[in-house]
Design a protein around this ligand. Sequence first.
Ligand SMILES: NC(=O)c1ccc[n+]([C@@H]2O[C@H](COP(=O)([O-])OP(=O)(O)OC[C@H]3O[C@@H](n4cnc5c(N)ncnc54)[C@H](O)[C@@H]3O)[C@@H](O)[C@H]2O)c1
Ligand SMILES: [Fe+2]
Length: 441
Amino acid sequence: MRVCRTRLYRPLFMNRSDYVDPALCWTGCKNIGRSRSLSAIGDHNLIRLKLPLEKVHPMNVPTANWSYPTAIRFGPGRISELADACKAAGMSKPLLVTDKGLADLPITAKALDILETAGLGRAMFSDVDPNPNDKNLEAGIAAFRAGGHDGVIAFGGGSGLDLGKLVAFMAGQTRPVWDFEDIGDWWTRADASAIAPIVAVPTTAGTGSEVGRAGVLTNSTTHVKKIIFHPKILPTITICDPELTVGMPRIITVGTGMDAFAHCLEAYSSPFYHPMSQGIAVEGMRLVKENLPKVVADGNDLEARAHMMSAAAMGAVAFQKGLGAIHSLSHPVGAIYNTHHGMTNAVVMPAVLKLNRPAIEDRIVMAAAYLGISGGFDGFYDFVLKLRSDLGVPDKLSELGIGTDRIDELVEMALADPTAGGNPVELTKENTRVLFEEAIG
Ligand SMILES: NC(=O)c1ccc[n+]([C@@H]2O[C@H](COP(=O)([O-])OP(=O)(O)OC[C@H]3O[C@@H](n4cnc5c(N)ncnc54)[C@H](O)[C@@H]3O)[C@@H](O)[C@H]2O)c1
Ligand SMILES: [Fe+2]
């Protein structure tokens, strides 16, 4: 019997009578019998045994099944389980919702092929803009109803994911979507029983919408981005397949990766009490620090792509603790100028760090130590500047075509954004204006 000792991991608190399941081992461990108990392997090997609920792809990329915060099937090639996931979520006629850019890509055609082969049809709705809006939503709901669908596959970056989640949410509601903005208990106004099941498939690694309970929707009349919330739009099953992110254009890899970093940083910095989020946020930052430069240098680095996908999901889990001024500034800029969300976050990040310094210096010093950055807060700030410049992030919003002509409007919208309340330094008209002036340049 061949025993793979170096790659089998298990926490030490594991019940000694548990079995090592060959299906859960790395490639190369296949000869361990299902009935072979750990006690038979021997105590000296237990120390090496951590987490057998994890396999590793031949290219050293982890594959795992997680149930936090929802059921996540994580690993390269797992898009092949799409039809199975839909059936497990109770769908027999799903509508795949994605954005215009993804509609013609091979990864989308492959997903539709998988559905068709399994007898689930190949229905797609893709009239979805970046920073999706209420018109996209109306058209999506009409397609869902006309096709007699019973669930949604939310497929894409944040735009496709959010719009898909909102179609599943709104197709059975009678009230307008704006009644479900993330304010107080507004979500309880919804008929929860009318929400269709959702399977989420991220194709970028940034927003973490695949594990979130909200969708961001732009009001096409007022040009304001609103966060629509309901606990039941947390996807029933999420498939995180890092191979789907390999074809992202470089600029989207950078922007989405910086969005994940911004989620972790803002959650970590927010003043609310949530130690669980705190831990997830700091490890998420580490994953981005280690892996974003790698995926930008080599888009085919699947291991680094996988870690970025984890970091994205972790950012969204962490920001249940709160977001802050990076997002308060970026939401109005994105709504008015249609800039990429994550890239906008990356541009405004240093100005916000400077404003927040008095409130967050202590905890950023701790994060810097964990991340292996010397120099405390200054070291962390310099690291952010260097990361941005290494990745080609513009230094100022003016480089994205934004001027100061609408600054009063931007300030007002930033202060009204729901994320403003999570900033560790209270946002005022004065300091928010200063932030915009500095970020615009
Ligand atoms: N729900 C949330 O919690 C949450 C959090 C943050 C941001 N958002 C929202 O998400 C949206 C931004 O999402 P995003 O940053 O993922 O960008 P995106 O979804 O707008 O995608 C950006 C571009 O990349 C293309 N693309 C996506 N995946 C690709 C792939 N694998 N290969 C090739 N091209 C690909 C898309 O077609 C699109 O043109 C914004 O509307 C933002 O407000 C939501
Ligand atoms: Fe974000």
